[in-house]
Design a protein around this ligand. Structure first.
Ligand code: V47
Ligand code: SF4
Length: 378
């Protein structure tokens, strides 16, 4: 054990002498034992976020030391036209509204072409669920991108988009995913999970893909060799039990498949949507949520803070609360969070800025590819 970890350990021992009720949970964490859902709920109710943070940092440093991962990526959002009406969404439009956009294949290839000679390694493609577009329409987009940039990892389509496009093409789930893989799909992003609790899901996104279906899509993807990410949208109507239930369903699936690359908690942002009246969580709450995710999801290698969603400073702070990955350069290519009131209206960081943000937090910046293979240490 290095000095940092050892001093963390001693800080923990000192604190639990004043918090005997947390001793059993702390002992489990320090001896690499899995904590239960009741333990996670107890940690959520703990007022001392510093304590929960130290425990998460202990786990984080045991897994990754000071390494903090990032990648060079950009997003393409082919359309904001969506058949659904999620109450937290600030982004979607109906087909005939002035705010609607849809990029044709030429525009999409122009975007990809604009990265010629730029060493990006990943394109992240997500958007609304367009009523008229099926699997082959999106498959064609993917294969054209692959032809132009065979080196680019294509992480595309949330389970909600996949559910719709596969059904529209009349295919089974497994055949649809296999077909997309043939077109060039490399992995699946974590969107659309929202919160798995049936009652709360009904209140915030009644119409779209159910929790069971989201989990089935990711399980099937893992089975055919497509890795994926997982998310949880928090800070709206859910309570701590709903969050623990969500994390537990992910942990159970990961035990079965080991197909998730990372977990990304997504803080609800309140501007320009139907849940504005609920307000937003505090940064303290956000840090606690990262920390408990790190401790509870012992079978997830990585916890990611998506900086366009929470801002650069909170992402930097999260590196002391269990987070080991802060996503990528983004290059001002996503609107989902800027339209919902996030700090960065044009989210973009140069590699140099990302590295310096990580170094300021006394961590080591590690450029990764989409599967967390290490590319460069800084
Ligand atoms: O599913 C929509 C969320 C998700 C709001 O896999 C909102 O690497 C907060 O999943 N406030 C899509 N969140 C984005 C997503 C994602 C982002 C970054 C990286 C990855 C990855 C995946 O965005 C949606 C929904 O949960 N979302 N509106 C809002 N107002
Ligand atoms: Fe559509 Fe996604 Fe917005 Fe829901 S969150 S309305 S599925 S774009």
């Amino acid at each position: 054990m290095n000095i940092d970890k050892e001093s963390n350990y001693h800080r923990i021992i000192k604190i639990i002498s004043t918090k005997p009720e947390l001793e059993q949970i702390t002992k489990k964490i320090l001896s690499n034992k899995r904590i239960s859902t009741d333990d996670a709920l107890r940690l959520y109710k703990e007022r001392d976020v510093g304590f929960v943070g130290i425990l998460a940092n202990y786990v984080r440093e045991k897994m990754h030391g000071d390494k903090t991962f990032f990648n060079r990526n950009f997003h393409i959002e082919p359309t904001n036209i969506c058949i659904y009406n999620c109450k937290f969404c600030s982004y979607s439009s109906k087909i005939n509204q002035n705010s609607a956009w849809e990029y044709d294949i030429d525009k999409i290839l122009d975007i990809v072409g604009s990265y010629k000679n730029i060493p990006v390694t990943e394109v992240h493609i997500v958007g609304g669920v367009h009523p008229n577009r099926d699997l082959h329409y999106y498959g064609n987009i993917i294969s054209c991108i692959k032809k132009m940039r065979p080196d680019l990892h294509i992480k595309a389509f949330s389970a909600v988009e996949l559910d719709f496009m596969i059904k529209k093409s009349g295919m089974t789930l497994e055949d649809g995913l296999l077909e997309l893989k043939k077109y060039g799909l490399d992995s699946i992003p974590g969107g659309g999970a929202e919160i798995f609790d049936t009652k709360i899901r009904k209140e915030i996104c009644d119409e779209k893909t159910s929790s069971l279906m989201w989990l089935k899509i990711h399980e099937t993807a893992h089975k055919i060799g497509l890795p994926s990410n997982a998310t949880m949208l928090y800070g709206h109507k859910e309570n701590y039990s709903h969050r623990v239930d969500h994390l537990n369903k992910l942990r159970i699936l990961q035990d079965k498949t080991a197909g998730f690359n990372t977990f990304i908690p997504l803080k609800y942002r309140k501007v320009n949507n139907d849940l504005t009246h609920l307000g937003e969580t505090t940064t303290i709450e956000d840090m606690k949520n990262f920390a408990i995710s790190r401790i509870f999801l012992d079978n997830f290698n990585h916890i990611k803070a998506y900086w366009p969603g929470i801002g650069k400073q909170a992402a930097q702070l999260s590196l002391s609360f269990g987070v080991d990955d802060i996503d990528g350069t983004i290059d001002d290519s996503t609107k989902i969070y800027s339209m919902a009131g996030a700090e960065d209206k044009n989210p973009k960081m140069t590699t140099k800025e990302l590295i310096s943000l990580i170094k300021q937090a006394n961590r080591i910046a590690v450029e990764r590819d989409s599967l967390y293979n290490i590319l460069v240490f800084k």
